[in-house]
Design a protein around this ligand. Structure first.
Ligand SMILES: Nc1ncnc2c1ncn2[C@@H]1O[C@H](COP(=O)(O)OP(=O)(O)OP(=O)(O)O)[C@@H](O)[C@H]1O
Ligand SMILES: [Mg+2]
Length: 322
């Protein structure tokens, strides 16, 4: 005759940490396991292994496996700007890496459908996502960040000439992918206030938005427009980051301010938003980014800049649990 203990012993030892309870009555083994930290495919695999192991125990005629999935409450933070080329993608990639270094489980959605850049920034190995049915499984980059980007799904160098509805579908596939244990999705938005932004705001309602700007007046005006878009959709602004602030000469190390200094901080204050930090305009950031080596992965000077901003984002996430 079988018993809960005998069944428990028959289960693969490496799964024992996830098994919460085992019951046995009238030939029916009921196993409750915790699949909270697992993605969909890993949870299905767990279920199969438990079923097979328990079914092999003499006296067991039926196995019922219940998986508890205390779903990871996944937060979404969109990184936006009104103007193009201000460093949204660079900041997204480096923040993701810095947060992962702090132990956070982070995924990056490259929502720039027409001009994706996250593969270059985060995954120099150029992994391809797998698909299970209609569900995409993100690529795990070498920096501990999960990633989905249009660039992984289309041939390199091909122009993407899609209309609005297809763009919405692509974004939805990426947002609804199997992000597994990721607790935070950072979404790298395209510049401006177009279709992708609207789908993002209406359908996926980010928990917060991070606004990137440069110190130029024009970029600041555009940033204000981006903030307005998020405010209208009632998306809280996590804060503003000033990028390309102060030029550091690679030869002599002297700092100068070709676009002025402190504009973004003043604008953030005037608009009642948090100022999260300033990333200097530094050749090393561009060079490292182009070769898929995000400076945030290192503990050097630039790494520390991104780590400080990531710290403030983490603080915001912890104190705004919704
Ligand atoms: N702080 C910085 N110092 C030096 N170069 C930078 C810095 N930030 C970004 N860059 C460089 O500026 C260029 C534009 O940056 P990025 O692609 O991140 O901007 P973006 O806002 O995402 O642009 P787009 O609107 O086209 O998506 C890139 O070549 C990047 O390497
Ligand atoms: Mg970009």
């Amino acid at each position: 005759m079988s018993s809960p203990d005998i069944i428990r012993q028959a289960l693969p030892p490496e799964l024992s940490g996830m098994v919460r309870s085992v019951r046995f009555a009238d030939g029916v083994a009921t196993i409750v396991a915790d699949a909270g930290a697992l993605g969909r495919s890993a949870a299905a695999q767990l279920q199969k292994e438990l079923e097979q192991a328990a079914a092999a125990v003499p006296g067991v005629t039926e196995v019922r496996v219940a998986l508890m999935s205390e779903r990871v409450k996944r937060r979404i933070v969109a990184v936006g700007s009104g103007k193009g080329g201000v460093g949204k993608s660079t900041l997204t990639a480096n923040l993701a890496v810095a947060l992962a270094k702090m132990g956070r489980k982070v995924g990056v959605v490259d929502a720039d459908i027409y001009g994706p850049s996250q593969v270059m920034l985060l995954d120099p190995a150029r992994g391809k996502p797998r698909a299970e049915g209609n569900t995409l499984i993100p690529v795990e980059s070498e920096f501990g960040v999960k990633l989905l980007s249009m660039a992984q799904l289309v041939e390199g160098g091909k122009a993407i000439a899609w209309r609005g509805p297809m763009v919405g579908q692509a974004l939805t596939q990426m947002m609804e992918a199997d992000w597994g244990d990721a607790e935070l999705l950072l979404v790298d938005l395209p510049p401006g206030t177009g279709d992708v932004q609207l789908t993002m705001l209406q359908k996926f309602k980010p928990d917060g938005a991070l606004i990137v700007t440069t110190p130029q007046d024009l970029a600041l005006i555009d940033a204000t427009r981006a903030i307005d878009l998020f405010s209208q959709a009632k998306i809280p602004v996590v804060g503003m980051v000033e990028n390309m602030a102060g030029y550091i000469c690679p030869h002599c190390g002297e700092a100068s301010d070709p676009f002025g200094l402190g504009g973004a901080e003043a604008a953030a204050r005037a608009l009642g938003h948090e100022f999260l930090g300033r990333v200097p305009l530094h050749m090393a950031i561009r060079v490292a980014s182009d070769t898929g080596q995000p400076p945030a992965a290192n503990d050097g000077e630039q790494g520390r800049v991104f780590a400080a901003i990531a710290g403030r984002v983490a603080q915001w996430l912890d104190s705004n649990k919704g």
